[in-house]
Design a protein around this ligand. Sequence first.
Ligand code: ME8
Length: 667
Amino acid sequence: MSRKFYITTPIYYVNARPHIGHAYTTITCDTIARRQRMLGADTFFLTGTDEHGQKIERAAEAAGKTPQQYADEISAQFRNLWKRMGISNDDFIRTTEDRHKKRVQELFRQIRDNGYIYKGTYTGQYCVSDELYVDGAQPGDPCPTCGRITETVHEENYFFKLSAFQDKLLELYANPDFIRPETRRNEVISFVKSGLRDVSVSRSTFSWGIPAPDDPQHVIYVWFDALANYVTAIGYGSKHAAAQAAFKKYWPADVQMIGKEIVRFHCVYWPAFLLAAGLPVPKAIVAHGWLLFEESKMSKSRGNIVRTETILDVLGADALRYFLLREVVFGQDGSFSFDALVQRYNSDLANGLGNLASRTLTMINRYFQGRVPEAPQSAAGPAESLIAEIARKTIQDFGAHFDQFQFSRALESAWSLVAAVDKYIVENEPWSLGEKALGEKKDEASRARLATVLYTSAEALRIATALAHPVMPDATAKIWTQMGLGDIQKLALSDLAWGQLPPGTKLGEVQPVFPRADKSAVERMQNMEDQQRGAVAESPASAAPAATPAPAASPASADGKITIDDFAKIELRVGVVKVAERVPKSDKLLRLEIDIGTEVRQVVAGIAEAYAPEPLIGRKVVIVANLAPRKLRGLESNGMIVAASLEGGKPALASFLEDVPIGARLK
Ligand code: ME8
């Protein structure tokens, strides 16, 4: 029976559409899953969406939809994107599915029956954006994770006896493979050593969640619900024999991949829940760093996201996959830029692997009628031994780095083989050998050398292609077919060794795999993203700094009137000011960070002559939320505050007599 391998991504919130941060985790897991399959493991790769909780409920409300409608739409965006990218997940779990709901209740019941869940009352602060109970915070305090102002919660909750697991968790962490990398492990150890308090595992003041078993007044805390997906998806809690068998086979997970911001949930709560239920814990929880864009974490709430679709349209999925795994040192934060992406694409793919494939295969076509030549031993020398030696070492190094999650180093080693062969080709000038072999003299020695040089190059190409397959499944499958080797998925990676390329193999049709990207690629991608950001705002680009009336969203009719549909295009929302400060060297401008429920926006507003910054913090304001972003004094302004003023007079911010919820839309 083959070895099993179970790998998971976090399940992504459906409060906003996916960006390349989500793609990064999913691509990394997909690459690992593909390599495991090539190594012969019975692999199960799970991803999905996290659809319950207050955060989603509010995002849906802000969009004027029911939570289920909203979750259906965004979850489909994730699924469709993964499909378009050829992600090889074996299942996609949604927490609103019946199978999940029943099994989560089963897990909750099991832990309660084992004596680790009890009823109590929670009074304290809560961050809806992170769905996090913020211990020790006071009303008005910001969330330690995202900086948003926490909300006070006072409600009856079920509590989980986390405090009972301190020693058992520390025992788990003694295994250095359980939490990776080392820095995250150390953070978790010191957090747990500092003492654990029991945590709430239900909410009772809203309803968008899974009812607690035997007590439907409560919904199960969204993190309990979400973490459970890793076992519910493969059959935990099911009464069906096939599901039970799948759970028995695949659990515990071999790798649970996450971003570093959710380490505590995965390395403290999750194993404690499992221990409390009497279940085995995962073998490894692996946390990667963040993709940064414009110097901060790419995130839905900051709005500094890059959509995956843009890169797929211009360079294709393999380019993005290669770039993320090669450029980002796994575990650390890595900056994303279109410039760096195109540069890497051209240097490593178009000029590197792509060029090696096309020149080698074209010469085999030209000089050997499209059949891999036999390399006579007599014509081989130290240069060939060196390439064979480098290839052997590359196979070893690639695997060793890859197994340690050092994808960048693994790819570096494969590309050192590509570079060595490039150099070898330049030094051995097969084109000159070809001329001599085919010329009038039909020089036999040159022909033998030519066969050796081209065989050696093709064999090195085969090995680099095989190793890179899990990272770039499409492009490498094409090279494989062009080499006449058939279906690359049938390759058993554990048998990969130098010298296996059969002489006489008939090449397929040779075509460029990575056409060079010209300079305009960067601009095109940037424009596509800019357009997306401003897509909803059809207003003139003159996003005035505030205190000017909102411009009509489309040209007014002859009598200056607009229709209700025109008005509906302007998205006016209530937000609360979180940060306010003067813009240096400007008398008029303030830089504000405004929380509009689903995200925090930076808005640069021309109200500094009427308002001092500090008193604005905590004040509710109205903003035009779908205005195209604009730079003012080098700062991006993402929306406009609505204020009243007479020509030349001071602006007065629009406000309400009644209390209005953050994110509410004005219509
Ligand atoms: O946290 N760089 O969902 P989420 C790298 N539903 N990775 C990033 C990233 C970035 N800038 N932005 C997002 C949740 N990610 C919960 C998880 S699991 C039981 C519940 C990736 O939609 C990264 O994997 O906020 C991160 O952990 C995850 O998306 C967060 O996705």
